[in-house]
Ligand binder design. Sequence first.
Ligand SMILES: O=P(O)(O)OC[C@H]1O[C@@H](O)[C@H](O)[C@@H](O)[C@@H]1O
Length: 284
Amino acid sequence: MSLPRTAALSAGRGGRPRLLIDAPAGSAEIYLHGAHLASWRPRGGSEVLFLSRDAVFDGTRGIRGGVPLCAPWFAKGPRGDKQPIHGTVRLSTWRLRSVTSRPDGGVNALLALESDGLRFLYEVGVGEELTLSLSVRNNGDAPRSVEMALHSYYSVGDVTAVTIDGLEDLAFWTLAEGSDQHEPGAVVLRGVTDRVYDVPATGHTMTVNDPAKGRRLLITGQGTPNSIVWNPGTETVGTMTDLADDEWPTFVCVENAIIRDNAVVLAPGQTLSVGTRVVVEPLD
Ligand SMILES: O=P(O)(O)OC[C@H]1O[C@@H](O)[C@H](O)[C@@H](O)[C@@H]1O
């Protein structure tokens, strides 16, 4: 496979193969382990994604930060009986299928994975905007239940000062508060936050306002009727060996997903696609 001059395959952290993209419209780093986007910078801008300094790159677990892919299930699956947590694809080594330059100065990278009768394709569009498109096809001969999440970790200046627009009055559930919770106004993160929202599946935008970095992130889902907002806070950060104790204020996970009651049963030959688009703007 030939690569454009704006991309190179090389050994990254832990000697793991990763694709480096340095194109006129933006740069990125994608590990083949988990098809894990670990970095994205629009040209002239700063890093958008969070990556823990304690992230593990030995292939035994998902990389803490960036954009882990959760599939073919999320957490322990719709019935709570699946392992490993968040599915197998973030632990699998993907194949790089193609890397192409775009006329707008961006680059598209396409990765593929065949796993347990499912064929995954993942396109990462790197430029002034970030586009992530993940599809799964049931290549087996029996129906398969599938969940997927683009588990994005965004770098923020101070998570306690962050507000998230676009989720006001939408129903969410948490383990602590139960289901069908509602909150008026923007989401403010106070302590451990782990919410699953029901949102319009396509074209719904959430805005992460980050005054400490002076920017906002506009995150728009495609085929994703759930959004997850997660930050471990001081309460749970200590239980995580691949996240440093002082890092929780510096990121927020805002995930586009299709999980739980929205899990899809794919007939043989059927495909399910989800996506996310991220745009960075200065905060006025
Ligand atoms: O530690 P993991 O498996 O990467 O999961 C991190 C978090 O991922 C979030 O999506 C979940 O809602 C949280 O419950 C979970 O703690």
